[in-house]
Design a binder for this molecule. Sequence first.
Ligand code: SF4
Length: 370
Amino acid sequence: MTRHPSPVTRHDVTEFPFDPTAVAPHLLAWYGVNGRDLPWRQTRDPYRIWLSEIMLQQTTVTAAIPYYQRFLNACPDVQSLAAAPFGRVIDLWAGLGYYSRARHLHRTAQLIVTAHGGRFPDTVAELAALPGIGRSTAGAIVSIAFDRPAPILDGNVRRVLVRLFAVAGDPRSTAAERQLWRWATVLTPAGRAHDYAQAIMDLGATVCTPRAPDCPACPLQELCLARRQGLERQLPQARLRKAVPVRRQVVLLVEGDGRCLVRRRPAEGFLGGLWELPVADLCDGEPPLSAAVRLAMELGQTGTPAVVGQLKHAYSHFTVDLALARLSGATGGRVAEGSWQWLPLTQLRDTPLHGAHRKAMQRLLGGADG
Ligand code: SF4
């Protein structure tokens, strides 16, 4: 028999269906054995914890680790980040996506130096007033760096609580949001805030996972309402996804004499400050080769490009369908006068192209070292 989610927990119910003080001891005992050993767990430095929290907002742990380490090598403290040119910051972030995070990171570092005298704020209110730091990230920094209890409601914690309390309906509704924050606040223990925050985040990341929660391994299985009712795979309710627009483009690797064309995008606007290869939008129904020829001519090239592949890249608000083209034997042309510049092909792999063009470059260069 198919089971359907039922509104077992109304959002306005204020009584707890179990003893809320039982959650933290179970979680902390589990965390003592199963907690993950991550680079940002070896410090209480709020700057490092903030950096890791921002990186993890839209990036997996595995993808974030090399960026975290590279970032810290270049900017080991808030002062060095504040003093770094924005171009340097965006180069360090290139490939991580959601580039407004880098912009906010830089701005916040400058504010901490100028408005807070270089002292890292240690309250949720002060932190949440800074660019790029929401209530949950502020709570994570206060808990993890300063070991003071502050609730967290990031994606992992939200999923755990929705299941623990079997929240039916849209967990992003205003009513559900208010209720989830309330539960998050009551469940947060007065002591061991540093460990508790990481424990509940780890539970969501490793046990109470989106598609396949491992309930038999969960320290909260005796309490969890979704588990008791067999709803753990049906909650949280899936969000209705809007159709995402698709843009068709051609990206062109223009190379000759061991060099290729690249440029840095303007600092302001979409993908601001990142590096890119020549690219053009396709007109309605236009074949990629025709757009590649047009682009080559705009770049002052007389040769004929070849279309050699295709890839898709998803941004938050649209997807790009990218034809990959290559023009070999290019000449200097008039491009040197504009923002385009010739770069030794051997340096292309180390150039911080934005994510879509990094993928395109890797495909265009193939296994050969550029
Ligand atoms: S019992 Fe299952 S659904 Fe409930 S919190 Fe644990 S892993 Fe998640």
